[in-house]
Design a binder for this molecule. Structure first.
Ligand SMILES: [Zn+2]
Length: 412
C-alpha cells in the first residue's frame, strides 16, 4: 500500500477550508494535515516513505457519500448490480453509497437487496464502498411519487420479516406515515436500527410529530413527492392555470418539517432547480442550517448518459430529451427522477444557493456519515478517518478518487 502526501491543494476538511497545507495519508487512513512551515521544518525527512502527489491547486475533499441513488451510467440499482455500480460511483467522487431500491415488484426488490448483501460479504471490492441498502418503499402512499401504485404495499409482519432478514443491512427505509398499519414497519425499522425516512406522502402536522416521536430522523427528498392541500372553494381558473383567491397562505407538514430540531432532510439539487426552486433551497438552508441537510442524487439509470431512451426495472421507459435537461422524463415529458451525479449536485448547490464549497461538501460527505453513525470513520479528512478522498477542480470535475488510501479513479 502506498502512502501519500497531497500537496498544493485547497483542503476541505470540510469544517474548514485550508490552503498551504499538506495532507498525509498512511496505511489507508488520514494521518495528519500540516502547514507549509511544519513541513519545511521537518526538512523532507518524510519523502522516503511517501509518494508526493501534486493536487495542482484543486480542491482536496472527503469522498462523497450518496445515501440515495438508483444507479447511473446505464446501471439500474434495482437490478442488483453491485460491481458496475461501485466502479461507476468513483467517477463522480463518491467513495461510499447506499444502492437505493425504488418501489418496483416486491419480490425483485428483495432479490436485488440480497445481491448487494452477498457482494459485500464475499467480494474484494475495488470501487466505492456499499454501506448497506436504502429501501425507498414499498410501504408508500400510492398517490405521491413516480412508483406504480400497484407496487406499493400496506405493511404486514410477513413482508417486514422478508425485508429485515438481511441483518443490519437495511440502513434507511422510506415510509409514508399516512399508510394504513405503518406502525408495523416503524417497529421493524426501530428493532433493526434502520433509519426511518418519511416521504412520498401527505400528512397532517400531528402525524408528522407523531412519526418523529416514534423515531423518524430523515425526510426523503424534501419538497419532492409530497402532497399539498388546497381548498377547492377558493380555487379559480384563469386561462390554463388554477389560482387560490382566498388571500390566505395555507401551511402544512412541509413547513413544519423545517422547524424541527431533530430531523435531517435529503435535497436534490439539479442544475436547473427543477426539483427544488432556488428560493426554497435558500429558505431551507437559512432555516435548518447546513448541518441538517444531506445532498443526494436520487439518480436513475441514465444519469451521466447521452440523450436517449432507457428502460427501467418496472417496464417503463425514461428519456433524456436534451443534453441540457437535468431530469429524466416519461414519454409525455413528465419529470421522472434525477439524472445528476454527486459531483454535479455539489456544484449546483454551491452555485444556485450561493454557499461556500466547504458547506456543500459537508452536505455531501460529513452529514450523511453523521446520519449513518459513521462519522468517526468516513465523511471528513480528520486524522484517523479512512482516506476516502476526492480531488476536483472548481467545476467539480473529478480528478482523483481515493478509497482507503488507494487511487481508484484518475482523470488527469
Ligand atoms: Zn429515489
Amino acid at each position: 500500500m502506498n502512502n501519500y502526501i497531497l500537496k498544493n491543494g485547497i483542503i476541505l476538511t470540510p469544517f474548514k477550508e485550508v490552503d498551504n497545507h499538506y495532507l498525509f495519508v498512511r496505511d489507508g487512513k488520514i494521518e495528519k494535515i500540516c502547514s507549509d512551515l511544519e513541513f519545511e521544518t521537518l526538512g523532507g525527512c518524510y519523502l522516503d516513505s511517501y509518494e508526493l502527489l501534486d493536487a495542482k491547486g484543486y480542491y482536496i475533499s472527503p469522498g462523497f457519500i450518496d445515501i440515495h441513488t438508483h444507479g447511473q451510467f446505464n446501471v439500474d440499482a434495482n437490478q442488483g448490480l453491485p460491481k458496475p455500480l461501485t466502479m461507476s460511483e468513483i467517477r463522480t467522487g463518491v467513495t461510499s453509497f447506499l444502492p437505493t431500491l425504488w418501489t418496483t415488484d416486491f419480490k425483485s426488490m428483495l432479490e436485488s437487496a440480497g445481491k448487494y448483501y452477498d457482494f459485500i460479504n464475499t467480494s474484494n471490492n475495488k470501487g466505492a464502498k456499499i454501506l448497506g441498502i436504502n429501501m425507498e418503499g414499498p410501504f408508500l402512499n400510492p398517490l405521491h411519487g413516480g412508483q406504480k401504485p400497484e407496487n406499493t404495499r400496506i405493511p404486514s409482519k410477513k413482508d417486514c420479516n422478508d425485508i429485515f432478514k438481511l441483518k443490519d443491512f437495511i440502513k434507511i427505509m422510506t415510509i409514508s406515515p399516512d399508510v394504513e398499519n405503518i406502525d408495523i414497519a416503524v417497529k421493524f425499522c426501530n428493532e433493526n436500527n434502520t433509519i426511518i425516512s418519511i416521504g412520498h406522502c401527505y400528512m397532517e402536522p400531528d402525524q408528522l410529530h407523531d412519526i418523529v416521536k416514534k423515531g423518524a430522523r430523515l425526510v426523503t427528498h424534501m419538497f419532492n413527492a409530497m402532497g399539498r392541500k388546497f381548498s377547492s372553494r377558493y380555487i379559480i381558473k384563469k386561462e390554463d392555470e388554477l389560482y387560490d383567491r382566498s388571500g390566505i397562505i395555507k401551511t402544512g407538514f412541509i413547513e413544519e418539517i423545517m422547524l424541527l430540531d431533530n430531523i435531517m432532510c435529503e435535497l436534490i439539487c439539479d442544475s436547473k432547480s427543477i426539483h427544488v426552486p432556488p428560493v426554497l433551497l435558500k429558505i431551507i438552508i437559512k432555516c435548518m442550517g447546513v448541518d441538517k441537510l444531506i445532498l443526494i442524487t436520487d439518480s436513475m439509470k441514465p444519469a451521466g448518459c447521452e440523450p436517449g431512451k432507457y428502460s427501467l426495472e418496472d417496464g417503463r421507459d425514461i428519456f433524456i430529451f436534451d443534453a441540457e435537461d437535468p431530469v429524466g422524463r416519461l414519454e409525455d415529458g413528465e419529470v421522472f427522477g434525477s439524472i445528476e451525479t454527486m459531483n454535479r449536485v455539489v456544484k449546483n448547490i454551491r452555485d444556485i444557493a450561493g454557499i461556500k464549497i466547504k458547506d456543500a461538501v459537508k452536505m455531501a460527505a460529513y452529514n450523511p456519515a453523521y446520519l449513518l453513525g459513521l462519522d468517526g470513520n468516513i465523511g471528513s479528512l480528520l486524522p484517523g478517518r479512512s482516506a476516502d478522498i476526492c480531488i476536483f477542480d472548481n467545476d467539480l470535475n473529478i480528478k482523483y478518487t481515493f478509497v482507503n488510501g488507494e487511487i481508484v479513479y484518475k482523470s488527469i
